[in-house]
Design a protein around this ligand. Structure first.
Ligand code: SF4
Ligand SMILES: [Zn+2]
Ligand SMILES: [Zn+2]
Length: 312
């Protein structure tokens, strides 16, 4: 098997592009896909300060690596969720990447430890607040990313969502005709509030398999196991269905999601993660000052419920 670009020995076959690449051309391919994503979705420029949400997994570490190699000003925030075993291992991977790759390139790693500030890990907080673990986690992470963006003055927040994630999410939204979520499913969402960061997903043109290969080829050590709370999540079922379609018909995943984006780009209404009506109702949370539509924000409500049961 020869590299489609330079004819040397290929290391990886990409059926959806009907191509094969040697390690060097594969790295170029990955960078090109990110450059295209950033350009077509007008995500950011070299003058902007980017905060990458890193988890220790392949996608977020690959994203941080690619953005730094492309010369962007990219720092990262790791939220330690306090999940026994899993959080220690993922934190280790993030620290190692920061020490060996990111810090020498001038980037900063910020860390937030949930057990320190919130008083307990995600699992315990969710139980105390009688909320599902993933929604508790989402509220806490959203709060800390918004806070970090405001405190450290970041323009853009970048997450490692890949093509598989976005296609699975689209499938879920379509199956249940969740039109409100469909409107918000964009790889580039402007800041909903002044001072908050814009939210972008520069890896939406790359698959999980391609990002795993990128990490292996570039010796990026990442945590392979899924978060233990993710087991049974419906997204995994949608990913499995899409993978079966992809095996039978390479390119299905990208055509499903990219054609959705094409149609979305033709609409005149810009996407945001909040409706215009909700934005008009925003005012500072009486407890923490982050913008909310109610009297207190969902993070403060969650913490108030949890703290009644978790000793601080
Ligand atoms: S699976 Fe759930 S708990 Fe685990 S990191 Fe994702 S959102 Fe958080
Ligand atoms: Zn090549
Ligand atoms: Zn609040």
């Amino acid at each position: 098997m020869h590299c489609t670009k330079c004819r040397s020995k290929a290391a990886l076959k990409l059926p959806r592009h009907n191509a094969a690449f040697c390690p060097c051309c594969f790295n170029e391919f990955v960078q090109d896909q990110v450059v295209k994503a950033v350009k077509t979705q007008r995500m950011f420029g070299h003058e902007h300060r980017i905060l990458v949400a890193v988890s220790g997994g392949k996608d977020s570490l690959a994203l941080w690596d690619i953005l730094l190699k492309l010369g962007y000003k990219a720092d990262a925030l790791y939220v330690d969720l306090g999940i026994t075993g899993y959080s220690d291992r993922s934190h280790d991977k993030v620290r190692r990447f920061a020490d060996t790759v990111a810090t020498p390139l001038g980037a900063t790693l910020h860390t937030h430890t949930v057990e320190k500030e919130e008083g307990a890990g995600i699992r315990e907080l969710a139980m105390a607040a009688h909320r599902p673990a993933c929604s508790t986690c989402g509220t806490i992470k959203r709060y800390h990313f918004n806070r970090a963006a405001v405190e450290h003055d970041y323009d853009v927040m970048a997450t490692g969502h890949n093509l598989d994630d976005e296609a699975a999410r689209l499938l879920g939204n379509v199956l249940h005709w969740q039109e409100e979520y469909l409107d918000k499913q964009s790889p580039s969402l402007p800041a909903s509030v002044d001072g908050f960061a814009k939210k972008v997903k520069p890896l939406y043109r790359l698959t999980e398999r391609e990002l795993a290969a990128y990490c292996v080829l570039n010796k990026i050590d990442y945590i392979v196991d899924e978060c233990p709370m993710a087991q049974g999540a419906r997204t995994l079922l949608y990913k499995d269905v899409l993978n079966r379609l992809e095996t039978e018909s390479p390119g299905t995943k990208q055509s499903f999601y990219w054609k959705f984006l094409d149609k979305q780009n033709k609409t005149t209404t810009p996407q945001t993660d909040m409706t215009t009506k909700d934005r008009a109702l925003l005012h500072p949370c009486t407890a923490c000052s982050q913008p909310t539509t109610g009297e207190i924000c969902s993070y403060c409500k969650l913490m108030a419920r949890a703290k009644r049961e978790v000793p601080h």
